[in-house]
Write a protein that binds this ligand. Structure first.
Ligand code: FAD
Length: 455
């Protein structure tokens, strides 16, 4: 976008108004402009540190009056790095950490700087939970607006299916209390339409009783990759709503670089029921590692955290597939044998149960078929390795081409995923979303996201 000359007096006035002030340079600025993906290296002209809804309103109005592009940062986890802009105003919500549980109503309201680790802890105090990220450091904000898949989706649906209300700051700086009753169209769009319609100042979720779950990791030698993935393909469709499975071609977490064919198991029912249901998965093999047992739900969502350190360089590709046939398993195992980074994985996330019983146009998330979503989250640390890792990821993603179901998971899209990928993420809902976008953001003020162009 065109360079904007900032009026120093007005910047100072904004800085004096915002609870957390405005950052333009210095250590705090450097820290705040950095996001999870170390490949993202943009320099906003200003970073507005928001602590409340009024701070967001003033920031939006300031940006519009100054002609500054707006980016919005929740947890800063998005691999595409759209939370940070070059030369514009980054509205940084990470200081907004409020969480309030209403145990009798089984609801929770949280501000957009909250990450899943924090939300899960507060809900667990009351023996409650909702669907959240597989990694505890992911922000609730971008995650929920993008649909939000997680272990509980087969039992209670996506995070966005459990979203009851949003306090939303619109492109005009108005504050709306969005609920199904008050604004049915807008609420529909916020359940998976991304950050297109305004800035969420708080989210209200439905919670569910849940304390101890049964789950963990089972790992086999990489040489058994074909057998393991074939087993998971045939076993996953037998699972009840209480159970979930995600398979992966991964590396041992001990830094040895040893390749493994593994699966993670999750069960939200009674322990005896979990053990019986998972018996085939526990006895298959034999595995070389079985670390499975009862644990608090929040702990399950930290098991993979160490594999996704902040600042690592990331390039991701993903797609839902129509079938996981033997040929595809062969070719992905072959590609993984040549993977250039010992941090990279190929993951297979299985959708079934409650998430698939919501109609594809009932919310903005259309991905409601029983199927695998294949994610290739490439990660490395040395910038000299960047091209080799991107090349490998693109070549491996190309192997999926004949199997692609034409549907993409919005939250996993990367910076170079263009309009066709965005269309594949919103599917049949794109046109209705574009109509709602025209109503609430006709000038496309909020366009640094996986953008829906106003109709
Ligand atoms: C290690 C890792 C694990 C992940 N695991 C999962 C997973 O299990 N399931 C899943 O579905 N996804 C997962 N994701 C993807 C993740 O959900 C998205 O990256 C999501 O955008 C993260 O939310 P955030 O608030 O941290 O993002 P940010 O990077 O802060 O924001 C991303 C975008 O969301 C929008 N946004 C953020 N906050 C607001 C707000 N308050 N109001 C309006 N718009 C806003 C903006 O457009 C922004 O550019 C994972 C990502 C990583 C890196």
């Amino acid at each position: 976008m065109a360079n904007v000359t900032l009026d120093a007096d007005r910047v100072e006035a904004l800085s004096g108004t915002l609870t957390g002030g405005v950052l333009q340079f210095g250590d705090l600025y450097e820290e705040a402009r950095r996001v999870h993906n170390g490949l993202v290296d943009r320099h906003p002209a200003l970073i507005a540190r928001c602590h409340g809804t009024a701070d967001i309103v003033d920031s939006v109005r300031f940006a519009r009056e100054s002609g500054l592009e707006i980016s919005v940062r929740g947890g800063g986890h998005n691999v595409a790095g759209r939370a940070v802009c070059e030369g514009g105003l980054m509205i940084d919500l990470s200081p907004m950490k409020g969480i309030r549980v209403d145990p009798s109503a089984r609801t929770l309201r949280a501000q957009p700087g909250v990450i899943w680790r924090e939300l899960n802890r507060e809900a667990a105090l009351h023996g409650l939970a909702t669907t959240g990220g597989l990694i505890s450091t992911t922000g609730i904000a971008g995650y929920t607006l993008g649909g939000g898949l997680g272990w509980l989706m087969s039992k209670v649906g996506l995070a966005s299916d459990n979203l009851l209300g949003v306090e939303l700051v619109t492109a005009t700086g108005d504050v709306l209390d969005v609920t199904e009753e008050a604004n049915p169209d807008l609420m529909w769009a916020l359940r998976g339409g991304g950050g297109n319609f305004g800035i969420a100042a708080s989210f209200e979720y439905r919670l569910h009783p849940l304390e101890t779950i049964f789950g963990g990791l089972v790992a086999h030698p990489f040489e058994k990759a074909k057998e393991v993935l074939t087993f998971v393909r045939d076993f996953a469709p037998t699972l009840s709503d209480e159970a979930g499975i995600a398979a992966g071609l991964v590396h041992a977490p001990d830094g040895s670089g040893m390749k493994l064919a593994a699966y993670l198991l999750f069960h939200a029912g009674e322990i005896e029921q979990a053990q019986a249901e998972f018996e085939p998965a526990l006895s298959f093999g034999p595995p070389i590692v079985t670390e499975v047992g009862p644990m608090p739900y929040p702990v399950m969502n930290t098991l993979l955290d160490d594999g996704y350190p902040r600042g690592a360089l990331n390039y991701w590709k993903s797609t839902f597939i129509s079938s996981l046939d033997d040929e595809l398993i062969d070719s992905l195992a072959g590609a993984f044998a040549e993977v250039p980074s010992p941090m990279t994985a190929i993951l297979f996330e299985y959708f079934h149960g409650a998430v698939t019983r919501v109609g594809p146009t009932e919310t903005a998330v259309p991905h409601r078929e029983e199927s695998f979503n294949v994610l290739i989250p490439a990660e490395w640390v040395d910038p000299a390795d960047t091209q080799a890792n991107i090349d490998w990821t693109q070549e491996t993603f190309a192997l999926l081409e004949p199997y692609r179901a034409g549907r993409r998971w919005l939250n996993y899209l990367d910076d170079d995923d263009a309009l066709d990928a965005v269309r594949a993420a919103y599917g049949p809902n794109y046109d209705r979303l574009a109509q709602i976008k025209r109503q609430y953001d006709p000038d496309n003020v909020f366009h640094l996201n996986h953008n829906i162009v106003p109709a």
